[in-house]
Design a protein around this ligand. Sequence first.
Ligand code: ATP
Length: 639
Amino acid sequence: KELLKMDSEVKVPDMAVGKPILYSKLCEVFEALEKESGRLKCIEIASEMFSHVLDTSENQEDQIRNLVEVNYLTINRVCPDYEGLELGLGETLLMKALATGTGRSMQQLKKDLGEYGDIGLVAQKSRSKQSLMFKPQPLTVSQVFKNLKEIASMSGASSQNKKIAMINRMLTSCDSREAKFLMRSLEGTLRIQFAEKSVVVALAKALVEHEMKQRGQKVTPAILSEAEEQMKEAFSQTPNYELIIESAIKYGTLKLMDHCTLKPGIPLKPMLAKPTKSITEILNQFENQEFTCEYKYDGERAQVHLLPDRTLRVYSRSSENMTQRYPDLIPVMEELQRLNPEVKSFILDCECVAWDKKQEKILPFQILSTRKRKDVKEEDITVQVCLFAFDILLYNGESLLQKSLKERRQYMYDNLKVIPGKFRFSEKLDSSDLDVITKFLDQSVKDSCEGLMIKTLNGTNSLYEPSKRSRNWLKLKKDYLEGVGDSLDLVVIGAYVGKGKRTGGYGGFLLASYNPDSGEFEAICKIGTGFSEEMLASLFEKLKPTQLDEPKASFVYDKTNPRAAPDIWFEPTTLFEVKVADFTESPLYKCGYSFLGDGSKGVSLRFPRFVRIRDDKSVEDATTSEQIVEMYEKQAHLS
Ligand code: ATP
């Protein structure tokens, strides 16, 4: 446990008891985090800051509000992920606001931006040059949070001027350091190396220490470790900081799991699977265990919530609210309730698949991806979908996470009815006979599926594990039977200038894996095959606006070797699904370097091929460096 590894003391600025928290104090902490690259040290700094907030708030209500606001500003968000409000304003708007707010010309600002490559630094410089007639009222954390939330909620053409006016008002009260972080927040990246996983750990530490201090009790390693566990589990079941912080303060961090369990309307982080290469590997792994095989449908993961007030919410694999995309599922939910009036609320784990109504069969993923993402009107829908439910996590208010898969499945079969062409359960086979499974795998492919999902059925190994890539769920894709075992989802961090037929566009790309512990993107390979000319043209359109003047601090590549850098760097926004022949160790690439030997080498891919863009995943959902090292080591072991 990370909390147990900490020992040193960190100083964060004093805050006045009972007074609003000044934004300048928070920016001092941001600066400390910006300078620090060690993960544990960053957790310690953040946890000290959270403790200060708790100590200096006057009552419980203030503690909750202050901690929620400070926490959101630290992770640079204004609400839970799934509510979909995001910062990330365009450069032109921010530059306009900066020009009016600081009295500098656009030309000067653009020149500075070219030089620094960071609008925060441009703001810092601009503000430090400005002479002020009188000292403005200082900004508070509450004001900044409220304003950022309002700015993120504004939409439409007329909102531009309102946003600029609000930014100006804040800039007037900023010193140069505050201006730097305010602009970075608005741009959508604070440029501090502090991943969300670490924030959760820092919160656990601050909250449990505060609680123990109040009670005059000592914080033992066991208590710290339990607090960290509870906080992580609470976060994967209810990824909502307001709820978690409020429950921890009211009922105690060690009791979080009595209060922060599943709720319809709050998406939990989905359970994920590990790849396998063969049926024999599965039989070996699940020896002496009861397991089931299900079709692995090729569509879009859909976590379907029916709320007690009968509203429907559909969340994607990365907890994005996709309800607007599927108005045609509303009548399906109504029908499920009509068929069984006992159904009041549920959370189902499903795959939403494009469906050919006439021929009554599954259509490929590519057809589903042609469906509009937002503001879909039911009458305009041309691509029909069918939901294939494979798990139920909550039924009529009761969490089923602690039940075995066998029991959960029975809940589905007992309470929900199949609606042909609209709602079905995933095809399943409960057998451990190699020949029978092989036939089922072949059949799944004939039925337009990707292969099979194999899951333990009984006992504690078959509980639903939110957010975990678990050994209790294995995926066997038809392609794995050759190749390395799985396709990878990698982040595009750079590109190479196109030559020959590709002149004027990009000729290839530099890809990276993601390391959720450090928040780093670790270069893994160059890719140039598998792209159609149309795809390259649309990638150029998509990626050009994300070009950077210099690599981000979070990019890990061999800086001593000019061959390791691409011609162009990108803001990490896009994932490529990539197929690969096998893995190899390389000094040029740094993927997984911290897991391998002395860190001088990383894992790279041989013969990578582009399959498709993964729009349904965010960059934090990329294949992790640790997963790749695991696959590399498995390959070494097999050969
Ligand atoms: P992939 O790229 O293979 O879809 P992933 O990273 O999105 O993988 P994994 O957990 O590795 O997710 O693989 C399981 C995925 O397969 C789920 O996210 C889900 O979208 C899909 N799926 C299709 N059928 C099933 C099923 N019967 N059970 C579980 N997941 C299924």
